[in-house]
Design a protein around this ligand. Structure first.
Ligand code: SF4
Length: 490
């Protein structure tokens, strides 16, 4: 007989949310794992003793996490999505029909809490991963990625001193709700403003986000960015450090800032950080010195323009007398130290021949400069670059190069595509840093909850006869003595 479903809505039902969220649900497991009660104490300083009650700090942080776990880059959508999901409501500690906080509370509270609150959360979750023995600790791979800022390069204005503060204030208000440009707008924007000089970070800034910087790299359009610097444990691929920098800040100047924080994040680990793997962008004398100062061994290829030897140019170096000799036997002694044109702290050693020595040389036209002598420039940090060259070109160094790219690059890919870091949805460097920290926490939590000790589980569900068989097979394969003692006991 054909059935037909009739629906008569019940006026009263008995409902308990926990009965409808399965035990293996991600958010149920996360609720059991994550204890955020420390936030009540650490955020107490941001509130007064009287007035309207704020959002619960734990609820705020859980909502932030939901945004990154669900790859949602809008506070408004976090609220609407959370209200429709029983598992998320259970995670937040809300019931069906109970009103969630208003979406603007999220951005207000995110601005209110200092960066240390978010860093503290990152460290707490990292500690959980360390305690479960999932992080090796010894070797970290570092890399950076440009994350688009929430500002358009077409809104950039010239850096001039504003005589009238009200004009500046009005300009800020006009830009505050600005939507990020689409790729099409990005491309055609330049055509509409052909008559204007192209903006640069030296001459222009974005009034809506003064910390965002104009930059580019191969495969990326020129626009306003922040730079995410990250370190990843090479054994487990957990994120052990993340921080926002200005988009135009070079990797090699960021490394000395990163190293103490990486070490601090891993302070609770039995294995202190001993090795750092990075690409050539992180290479500089200052970066190598900071590695040595932190007692860390680095594997960082030297810059492409670094010259270890000048023998291919016909100049041999005399270490004892600190001078070069050309193929005509003319000496180029060390003359002086100069600072780099674009970076005064980078020092260079200058070697020069005498004009009289080069005067009658047949190679003068192709070798000497317009003034009639040869000038060679070496970095003051050449001994450090040579030390790094030896390490990178060793068999272990070659392994480390492959390991670095296979470790940190996929993690960045996941973070950007699946943890809501395609674009920073806030303004300012501090806010960008908070977003990156929570995104990294969400990534680590996903990995932590996905972890299953496979070997132990496989043994635990085997019936006793199968376990005997498994042990015999293991014995036959490995022929290890300790299995002989185990088998007779069954
Ligand atoms: S130009 Fe001067 S430095 Fe160059 S090869 Fe001739 S002698 Fe040597």
């Amino acid at each position: 007989m054909q059935g037909k479903k009739t629906h008569q809505e019940s006026l009263f039902i008995q409902f308990q949310l926990s009965n409808y969220v399965p035990a293996d649900n991600f958010y149920r497991r996360l609720k059991n794992l994550l204890d955020l009660d420390f936030l009540y104490q650490t955020t107490l300083k941001y509130y007064g003793k009287e007035g309207q009650k704020s959002i619960d700090p734990v609820v705020f942080m859980k909502l932030m996490l939901v945004g990154y776990l669900e790859n949602i880059n809008s506070d408004r959508r976090i609220m609407t999505s959370s209200g429709m999901r029983m598992d998320i409501l259970y995670f937040l500690g809300y019931d069906l029909g109970e009103e969630l906080p208003w979406h603007s509370t999220l951005s207000r509270t995110r601005k209110l809490y200092g960066e240390e609150t978010f860093l503290n959360l990152f460290k707490q979750v990292l500690k959980l991963c360390i305690e479960k023995g999932l992080i090796c600790g010894k070797r970290q791979a570092v890399d950076s990625a440009l994350i688009p800022a929430n500002a358009s390069k077409h809104s950039m204005v010239e850096r001039i001193v504003m005589e009238d503060a009200s004009v500046f204030s009005q300009e800020l208000n006009e830009n505050i709700e600005e939507e990020p440009p689409t790729p099409e707008e990005d491309n055609k924007g330049g055509q509409n403003k052909k008559d204007k000089a192209a903006p640069t970070n030296q001459t222009h800034y974005s009034p809506s986000d003064p910390d965002a910087r104009l930059t580019t790299k191969p495969g990326k359009p020129m626009r306003l960015y922040y730079r995410a610097q990250m370190s990843v444990d090479t054994a487990s691929h957990f994120i052990t450090y993340i921080q926002a920098f200005k988009g135009n800040e070079a990797d090699n100047t960021s490394l000395p800032v990163m190293l103490p924080q990486i070490t601090d994040n891993m302070a609770g680990h039995i294995n202190p950080v001993k090795e750092i793997l990075a690409d050539t962008g992180y290479s500089s004398g200052k970066a190598i010195r900071s590695l040595i100062a932190n007692d860390i061994e680095g594997y960082i290829p030297n810059p492409g323009n670094y010259k270890s030897s000048r023998e291919d140019e016909g100049f041999t170096y005399d270490t004892e007398n600190d001078r070069y000799t050309c193929l005509m036997g003319v000496q180029l002694p060390f003359r002086r130290i100069e600072s780099a044109y674009d970076e005064p702290t980078v020092l260079k050693k200058i070697y020069e021949s005498n004009i009289s020595d080069c005067k009658n040389c047949p190679f003068k036209e192709i070798c000497a400069n317009k003034k009639g002598f040869k000038k060679l420039v070496d970095s003051m940090d050449k001994p450090l670059y040579e030390y790094m060259k030896q390490r990178v070109e060793s068999p272990k160094g070659k392994q480390m190069k492959a390991l670095r790219s296979s470790t940190v690059e996929p993690v960045f890919g996941s973070l950007i595509n699946y943890t809501s870091l395609k674009r920073i949805n806030t303004k300012g460097l501090k806010q960008a840093n908070k977003c990156m920290l929570v995104a990294a926490v969400a990534y680590n939590l996903k990995k932590l909850l996905a972890y299953k000790p496979k070997t132990l589980k496989a043994v635990a569900i085997l019936p006793i006869n199968d376990l005997k068989g498994l042990l015999i097979r293991l014995f036959l394969r490995s022929n290890q003595q300790y299995l002989i003692n185990l088998i007779p006991s069954f």
